[in-house]
Write a protein that binds this ligand. Structure first.
Ligand SMILES: [Zn+2]
Ligand SMILES: [Zn+2]
Ligand SMILES: [Zn+2]
Length: 225
């Protein structure tokens, strides 16, 4: 991805930024950032001295070589900030794609459909925020997204695959579960490449109480347990 493509404002208004106070990939509004750069140059400040903030408000640094904040970016397969992602989706009109992104984690489980109903209810109800900025609607959508149902398998399956862990005749991990990874305990950066995996001590099944509270508020029949 060349820097020139990233600077194509019409197609790629949002760039990928690394959060400075925790892991995660955020979106930076390039229109805002370049406007800030221009005014700081006029004021005699150096570019490096300027603080940049993601659209969710986190101190972040634009990583130009990672290209734009899009759905096909391989950098965003993990640790994609849901709060930024919803702001971008609402701005670019890619709400359906955004919903599909989170539903995919349920691995086809019907609990994913509950999430879709919740997203749809929030979109019809919560007031929109200012353009390309986090607001009530985007933040509530992101809250629901963080508590999405996620299909998981046991740690051995994660490390070596189902056949090696349970034998060639076993097609599905016997410990497969659909959980809320936001409510469950998951490994942090200390776990290296196994970051973000549940470890067994605290596993909260989906739909968690956060999703159930949203479902109840919007009069959606959960009945999935
Ligand atoms: Zn963010
Ligand atoms: Zn949860
Ligand atoms: Zn397994």
């Amino acid at each position: 991805m060349s820097a020139q493509m990233v600077e194509d404002y019409d197609s790629y208004r949002f760039g990928i930024a690394a959060g400075l106070s925790g892991p995660g990939w955020h979106a930076i509004d390039l229109e805002v950032m370049w406007a800030n750069w221009a005014s700081s140059r006029a004021a005699g400040l150096k570019r490096e001295d300027l603080e940049a903030f993601s659209v969710c408000g986190a101190r972040s640094q634009l990583v130009r070589k990672l290209g734009p904040f899009t759905y096909d970016s391989r950098w965003l397969e993990k640790l994609r900030c849901e709060r930024c992602s919803w702001v971008v989706a609402l701005n670019r009109g890619t709400v359906e794609q955004e919903i599909e992104l989170y539903l995919a984690d349920a691995g086809g489980d019907r609990r994913g459909e509950l999430l879709r109903q919740i997203f749809t209810a929030i979109l019809a109800d919560a007031p929109p925020g200012p353009e390309a900025t986090a607001g009530h609607r985007s933040e509530l959508l992101a809250h629901a997204a963080r508590h999405r149902p996620v299909g998981t398998v046991c740690a051995d399956c994660t490390r070596q695959g189902c056949a090696d862990a349970h034998g060639a005749e076993v097609a599905v991990c016997p410990d497969a579960a659909v959980v809320c990874t936001e409510c469950s305990f998951t490994t942090g950066s200390w776990a290296g490449q196994w970051q973000g995996v549940t470890t067994g001590e605290c596993v909260v099944g989906a739909p968690c109480s956060a999703l159930l509270a949203l479902a109840e508020h919007y009069g959606i029949e959960a009945g999935l347990r």
